[in-house]
Design a protein around this ligand. Structure first.
Ligand code: ZN
Ligand code: ZN
Length: 352
């Protein structure tokens, strides 16, 4: 098998050839037919996340080099281990892979939240992922059919789609008794969130984005209104539009300014859900938490149940597609650089 691997953080990926693995036990071997390039691949490639104030999270130890990136994987089942029953993984069928795999034994894993495990086995992060001709998946339960969906689109549900869906589920609880949903950031994952918002929460979102070139896309994706959070009048306008603040705000940017804007946009009992990993640190007047009865929470991808629900929702035709471009796997380095430079609109899926 051929893999494009991180061998030194920040340096170009290296093409490495090695024997194709033979699946054992419950493992399933997939021949990769597509792998989405996620913005977090840029951070994984650099080996760190910016926390603001010059502080960074070093991910070097948890990733372990060399590592094959790529966690939005779609492919064809080639072979399965001796403990996989006949109907569980049929050779020749195509599946999307759920990559957010945990240890399977800790309290978080046994409660179903494998994606939050402290000893993660996430494909393309802690284990080798999809920037390769083949991927070894530890169990067929991580494989999802995508009948009726475009293959390149289907693989993006494993991260960008799941991230948007997981956050929208949290927002749904906050808007259950009425009120508005504000989505900050209409870039990649944010735009997925806008597209999916009505199907998941039952309401059309108000979108906040400082980049006016994204407003048309936001409206086309289902935004009922758009505001510019850098406009000093935006907070007041939003307050009027929502009759006193939003019941839920999802911050798909995750920067100091978006966090502050999002918190200020909440009504009483509102919920701010932070998803983006842009980086930075923000201060919050602590008494505003009790005075607003507010909740500030994070949302990280989603679990296997979320993936199952999302794939069902997508297959029912309720999730509009995303602009997807395909590139050759051998262009992985170029695609990562363009993504880091903010030059990619929509999603790029690499094909071997
Ligand atoms: Zn991702
Ligand atoms: Zn675990």
């Amino acid at each position: 098998m051929d893999s494009y691997r991180v061998t030194t953080f920040g340096a170009p990926l290296t093409l490495q050839a090695e024997p194709t693995p033979v699946p054992k036990g419950r493992e399933v071997l997939i021949r990769t037919t597509g792998c989405g390039v996620c913005h977090s691949d840029v951070h994984l490639h650099e080996g760190s996340f910016d926390l603001g104030g010059g502080r960074k999270v070093d991910m070097g130890r948890s990733i372990g080099l060399p590592r094959t990136l790529g966690h939005e994987i779609v492919g064809e089942i080639v072979a399965a281990g001796e403990n996989v029953a006949a109907g569980e993984a049929t050779a020749g069928t195509r599946r999307v892979v759920f990559p957010w795999i945990g240890c399977g034994e800790c309290a978080l894993c046994t409660s179903g939240d494998e994606h939050l495990c402290n000893q993660p086995w996430a494909l393309g992060v802690n284990r080798d992922g999809g920037y390769a001709s083949h991927v070894l998946v530890p169990d067929p339960k991580y494989l999802f059919p995508f009948d009726g969906l475009d293959e390149a689109l289907a693989c993006t549900y494993a991260c960008s789609g799941l991230t948007a869906y997981g956050a929208l589920k949290k927002a749904r609880e906050a808007v259950r008794a009425g009120g508005d949903l504000v989505i900050i950031g209409a870039g990649g994952v944010g735009l997925s969130g806008v597209r999916m918002a009505e199907a998941v929460t039952g309401i059309k979102p108000i979108v906040a984005d400082i980049d006016r070139s994204k407003w048309t896309a936001a409206r086309d994706a289902g935004a009922k209104d758009v505001v510019d959070p850098s406009d000093p009048e935006a907070a007041k306008a939003l307050y009027r539009m929502t009759a006193g603040g939003a019941a839920a705000v999802i911050d798909f940017v995750g920067a100091a300014a978006s966090f502050t804007f999002g918190f200020n946009a909440l009504r009483k009992s509102g919920r701010l859900i932070v998803v983006g990993l842009f980086g930075g640190s923000a201060s919050l007047p602590v008494p505003m938490l009790p005075l607003k009865n507010a909740t500030v929470m994070g949302s990280y991808v989603g679990n296997l149940d979320d993936m199952r629900e999302l794939m069902a929702l997508a297959q029912s035709g309720k999730v509009p597609g995303l602009p997807i471009a395909t590139r050759k796997l051998s262009d992985a380095n170029e695609v990562l650089s363009s993504l880091a430079a903010g030059k990619i609109v929509g999603r790029v899926v690499l094909t071997p």
